[in-house]
Design a protein around this ligand. Sequence first.
Ligand code: GLU
Length: 296
Amino acid sequence: MAVSVRDTASRYRGRFAPSPSGPLHNGSLLAAMASYLDAKAHGGQWLLRIEDIDMPRVAPGADRIIMQQLLALGMQWDAEPLWQSKRLPRYQHVFEQLLAQDRIYGCACTRQQLPPDGRYPGTCHALRLPAHQARSWRFRVPPGTECFEDRWQGPRHQDVQAEAGDFIIRRADGYWAYQFVVVIDDGDQGISDIVRGADLLDSTARQRVLARALGYRCPRVMHVPLLCDATGRKLSKQNHAAAMDLSAPVATLNHAWQALGFEALSVCDINAFWRAATPRWAARFGILQTCRRDSA
Ligand code: GLU
């Protein structure tokens, strides 16, 4: 059956999901820009989700600064932003569902007891510990290899049980794990496409296994390259990357655009930048552009 461009466009939902541990820097701009362009090139929606439940890392006020930075660069989200901190009852509900289905279990292992390779050997898998003895909670990973196509990185596969083992969904400090909440949010928000930094490529197989267990469709994925500093380290807030320069927004946008492998655009303002960048993005990824607004 033929699928019309309009149908495809109305189904595309992308998102940018920053952790508000500080202002955006040039590295996080790459993920924001790529996800925004991919949504616009598809004629789809671009949502903003503030991933603010890792309380030890949250910087008060950083969410507002991030929103101002995005708007200053012309990236306007298409629906009310979502704050993960407002969704704690939802995460608890899903946790209880998984518990009732015996798909998760309490784990009493301390960090020192775990092997250094990061794979959980399943020590508490069969113990059925009472809740008060659980430090963290883990998802029972089913056996099998997870295969998917990454739109930037190409075909990927991972045997999650062999390489990661049963992974944590609730941490020993009581906070929900990133892997758990990101899957619930992407599922509940109907995200069709995830575009984010390549540092999260390794999480994708785990997220797909969990998404399927929760009855969600797995979104398509694209993991874009990371920006590194002069010493080759990923630019990140932990490495004290400087906030973006908003005094010259077109230059800041062009810097990220070039890091994504494109030629700098000679444009006079941010609106002209997005007008020029969107069809180039679409052409590079073979995206059929929807009708122009004025001819719709
Ligand atoms: N909150 C994550 C970060 O800032 C991104 C999560 C995601 O895109 O899945 O690194």
